[in-house]
Design a protein around this ligand. Structure first.
Ligand code: 6GP
Length: 830
């Protein structure tokens, strides 16, 4: 403890912080200073990595003054802050976005040129922080970008994983995971504040005692603890001077090592505690949409949530703040169930530490949380065994039991005699083992519960939480997801952005509905030509990236058909693959003259959870089909399949702007929303998709004529399921489908091995939980319509322009506006 700060007497000490001068000269000075003093090298002897780090720090220095200023103003204004609690943030590279937000692109470009350096090369040196799996983590990153841009106070809270999502490589076509060493070459964007570290307790037991007033109270006596060290990241708003905070926690041992053991010579034992503690933030769990019920995962969840609540209460609020009014200063948004342990944690703080009664604590807690659900898969809803939860967090389990008692009392009062209902709604599951249903806990405690697209929110109410929505209908709402137009249009698609700005002005970047003004230009041949030219430029840029990055050659003049997302059976990459195999089979068997094949390149990008066998087998099969099809001279180069490894945000930014066709083909009722679907539409790809997630809203907005709908809708899926689904009948009845599956079974893609892909094929034939075979014919028919439209270049481009013009709704700024108005009740700052 350094004691209280002294009152400064020097005028400079109290003046606002100034960043480097906003000029090419100021930039160069700062850059060289960083290179010399932080990197410790002269320009002439510096490596590209030195230069990148110095550049990143230079840009950070510009933002720093604004960050300090934002913090000061927010604190002074004592306004309500959004505390976004998320176990994942899939940020993507930081440099490009920081340059854009601070309007430094031109200055940096010129300044680096004066130093004999090239901005693009330095930008490519950045390793993206992959601190998330997929949609849920990327959504969090888009949301905090939008809040900063809209001038809304927000702190994103999460975990600083030392290893993010694994790096995917292919060995003989099979996925092999490599550790993601994103910190290895330096981490210029973060700044740790070890002095603001927080202690987090685990284990032990609880004891009752009587306080001074004779009231019974509880005391938690934990038996181990770790330290949470905050690492701050700046979240700059677009050209508005606001810089919000992303605060990620890193776990450290409270004691570096056990000195007596160390002195006794058992060095390994002496540091064991340290290793154990640091494991908590070591690695991101690579499961997407399906939880891993592992103890370390629960440790991670409690760790970051406990750090965040403590941090906000102790460091962001005034010392004398009355916590009865906590909801006037923060709304804690629970990004799925991962942070839901924050609910009993806040109850514990208020009761055990601040002396609140139960009812007082509950009244505050229920005003401070809102919950977003991101899934419909029943197996994706987290349930923590009470045995584990009680061992790790005994006090929290007690509180959860008490919350549940209160819930059941309310239910019994509302529905007397309906014991079955009470049992259904219990937060405590009794089967297959005693466990805590985190989604129920969140729903009971939250002011609002939302799904992430209209259809999803409807199904959430009707199928996942029907009893809760019946009892508290007003608690449920929908906020359809969105994506940030800064990163995914302005930055990722510079040519299209320029064309849009030249046509309707630059306001669309923060007011995306203005893309509507492009509608009339869909009929302007000149505009269409420029639009198509931008698409071509994006394709050439992608070709260069894929050649360098993956050794993949992208043929000219092909329809670029892209399916990028996590590998999951419900997303149905296998359906896309069956279409490819079928086209190929028809050509090599002579049923389809090769010159009638629309030249097409199909690009897949997908990581599979390391333990998800079916997903990994599917990756293997895609790679084998890719190799076979691309190499077969009978196709005359008219069909190609490419599967670049390690799909991530960085690749998405190149791939999405180049795409013609966006594949959004999940079984209806399974994809909560999707956000890739929005990015494609905004970049002028046409969608082939089912009536699922946000596809429904995309289709409604862009119009049926400009969207290729296929497959069963959700009620039809439910009906077929109820009737009894028999995938084999589709195989028997559809010669085209049969021929495709038979070709796989023949060993054609596996060097004659007729059993290599048995698991994938027989899963489709015998079970096919996600009904790919049922939707096959409809999908193939829709693809024929795609080809017909594509053959008419003008018609295709017209549809593409209309997709852009009508997709402004899918800005994450709009999503944030809806959260603010209906859920958070916060105010932007002026
Ligand atoms: C995903 C959903 O699968 C996706 O449809 C949605 O767009 C995204 O969340 C953002 O809302 N869900 C997850 O990634 C997940 O882990 C538990 O859900």
């Amino acid at each position: 403890d350094l004691g209280p700060a002294r009152t400064p007497t020097h005028p400079v000490a109290t003046a606002p912080v100034n960043g480097p001068l906003f000029s090419v000269d100021g930039f160069v000075k700062e850059f060289i200073h960083e290179l010399n003093t932080a990197q410790g090298v002269a320009l002439a002897r510096s490596s590209v990595n030195d230069q990148y780090l110095a550049l990143a720090r230079t840009v950070k220095n510009y933002l720093m003054a604004r960050w300090l200023d934002t913090n000061r103003k927010t604190r002074e204004a004592k306004v309500k802050t959004v505390g976004y609690l998320s176990a994942e943030y899939l940020l993507g590279r930081q440099l490009g976005n920081a340059l854009l937000a601070s309007d430094l692109n031109e200055i940096a470009d010129k300044g680096l040129e004066l130093c004999g350096l090239d901005l693009v090369t330095l930008r490519n040196q950045e390793v993206e922080p992959g601190l998330g799996n997929g949609g849920l983590g990327r959504l969090a990153a888009c949301f905090i970008d939008s809040l900063a841009t809209m001038n809304v106070p927000c702190i994103g809270y999460g975990i600083r994983y030392e290893y993010g999502i694994f790096r995917q490589t292919f060995v003989d076509g099979r996925q092999v995971e490599q550790p993601d060493t994103w910190l290895a070459l330096g981490s210029p964007w973060e700044f740790p504040h070890p002095d603001a570290s927080v202690q987090v307790n685990f284990g032990g037991h609880t004891e009752k005692y009587r306080d001074a007033d004779g009231k019974e109270r509880t005391h938690w006596l934990p038996d181990w603890n770790v330290l949470g060290v905050p690492y701050n990241y700046m979240v700059p708003g677009y050209l508005n001077g606001r810089v919000n905070t992303l605060r990620l926690w890193s776990a450290q041992a409270t004691k570096a090592f056990d000195l007596p053991t160390f002195n006794a010579g058992d060095y390994a034992q002496a540091v064991r505690a340290q290793t154990f503690a640091e494991n908590i933030s070591k690695v991101l769990y690579p499961e997407d949409s399906t939880p891993q019920g592992k103890e370390l995962r629960l440790q991670q969840q409690y760790f970051f949530v406990a750090c965040s609540l403590r941090d906000f209460i102790d460091n962001e609020l005034e010392d004398d703040f009355d916590l009865h009014h906590l909801d006037e200063r923060i709304i804690l948004q629970l990004n799925d169930t991962h942070p839901v342990i924050a609910v009993p944690e806040l109850m514990r703080i208020l009761m055990d530490e601040k002396g609140f009664d139960w009812d007082e604590a509950w009244a505050v807690t229920t005003k401070c949380f809102a919950y977003t659900c991101h899934t419909l898969l029943p197996e994706a809803l987290e349930v923590w065994p009470t045995e584990l939860l009680g061992r790790l967090l005994p006090r929290h389990l007690e509180i959860i039991y008490a919350i549940n008692e209160q819930l059941l009392e309310e239910v019994r009062e509302a529905y007397p005699g309906d014991e079955l209902r009470a049992r259904r709604m219990s937060i405590i599951a009794e089967f297959p083992e005693r466990g805590v249903r985190m989604a129920y806990l969140a729903t009971y405690a939250a002011t609002k519960v939302n799904g992430v697209a209209a259809l999803h929110s409807q199904l959430l109410r009707d199928k996942v939480l029907p009893d809760f929505s019946e009892m508290w209908p007003d608690r449920f709402t929908n906020v359809t997801n969105g994506v940030t137009p800064r990163r995914f249009v302005k930055m990722a698609n510079p040519k299209l952005s320029e064309l849009i700005s030249d046509t309707i002005g630059g306001g669309w970047v923060t007011d995306l509905e203005r893309l509507r003004e492009l509608e009339p230009f869909a009929d302007d041949p000149d505009f269409r030509a420029q639009f198509a030219a931008a698409k071509d430029w994006n394709k050439r840029r992608l070709a260069e990236v894929l050649r360098k990055r993956d050794g993949i050659d992208l043929p000219d003049g092909h329809l670029l058909d892209v399916m990028v997302k996590r590998l999951h059976e419900y997303k149905r990459q296998s359906l896309k693959l069956l279409h490819v195999v079928s086209l190929y089979e028809q050509v090599i068997s002579g049923k389809l003259p090769v010159d009638q094949l629309t030249p097409r390149t199909v690009v897949f990008g997908a990581k599979a959870a390391p333990g998800y066998k079916m997903a990994k087998d599917t990756i293997h099969l895609i790679n084998r089909v890719a190799a076979t099809v691309s190499a077969d001279p009978r196709l005359e180069g008219r069909l190609k399949v490419a599967f670049p490894a390690n799909y991530n945000v960085t690749l998405a930014e190149k791939l999405i702007p180049a795409a013609d066709l966006s594949e959004q083909i999940s079984l209806a009722g399974m994809e909560a929303s999707g956000t890739g679907n929005m990015k494609f539409a905004l970049n002028g790809a046409l969608t082939i998709g089912t009536d699922d997630g946000a596809n429904v809203e995309i289709r409604e907005l862009v119009g049926d004529k400009h969207f290729f709908l296929f497959g069963m809708n959700e009620p039809q899926v439910a009906e077929l399921g109820a009737k009894g689904y028999n995938p084999e009948s589709y195989y028997e009845d559809n010669p085209q489908l049969k021929a495709a599956l038979d070709l796989v079974l023949s060993g054609h893609f596996s060097g004659g091995d007729q059993h290599l892909f048995d698991a994938v094929v027989y899963n489709l034939l015998n079970s096919d939980r996600f009904m790919a075979l049922a939707d096959f014919q409809s999908y193939v028919d829709a693809q024929a319509r795609v080809e017909e439209r594509y053959a008419d270049t003008d018609a295709w481009t017209r549809s593409a322009v209309l997709n852009v013009a009508r997709s402004g709704f899918f800005s994450s700024d709009r999503s944030m506006r809806e959260y603010i108005q209906r859920i958070w009740h916060t105010q932007p700052m002026m």
